[in-house]
Design a protein around this ligand. Sequence first.
Ligand SMILES: [Zn+2]
Length: 211
Amino acid sequence: MAPSGSESKARPLILRLDVTGAPMGWIPWQSAVVLESRSMIAWHAGDHFFTFRGGYNRASGARSEATVSSIVAVRGRARHSGSSQATPPLSNRELFRRDAHLCMYCGQECQEHMLTRDHVVPLSLGGRDCWSNVVSACKPCNHAKGARRPEEAGMPLLAVPYVPNRAEYLVLSNRRILVDQMEFLRKRFRKGSRLSSGPGRYVASRRADAV
Ligand SMILES: [Zn+2]
């Protein structure tokens, strides 16, 4: 089956929800079409509809066709761990996006290759490699801080690191989000989320009290 438009490669990902409306993940349009053909889609919640056309039926001569929207609610349990409350996996790409590509010590905006994952409480002092203990740091700041806590290094954090919830993580992990998908996810951000103005526009405006 092929998309009816000419820009199949540019097709945005489809936002997959569970039947309760909780966001679960991104799926390619091909998967959405399969789900639709198996009557696995309970309802559509997106504003954008995409129609995909497949082969011709030998008997009837009719061409198969499937229409899916940009947000689909799927019956049954998701195959992966399932819970929308599960902690999202930690990776540098999403971490740097969470921190808007700013060094959380000097505030400098950096390109990805100039950023590092800094452990606020160093691993050597028992700190963990988890969302709430890591921040983006430029290489010079990471080097200057060394294996010390921020207060020991005299380098206070610009913002407290946090664990993104599922909706926030989905925004962090996809660079091509449609407006309706963004609006859907934004309503599910944590209160006061720094992503509220969209990733990349966060400005470190106040210093953290303590970490
Ligand atoms: Zn820095």
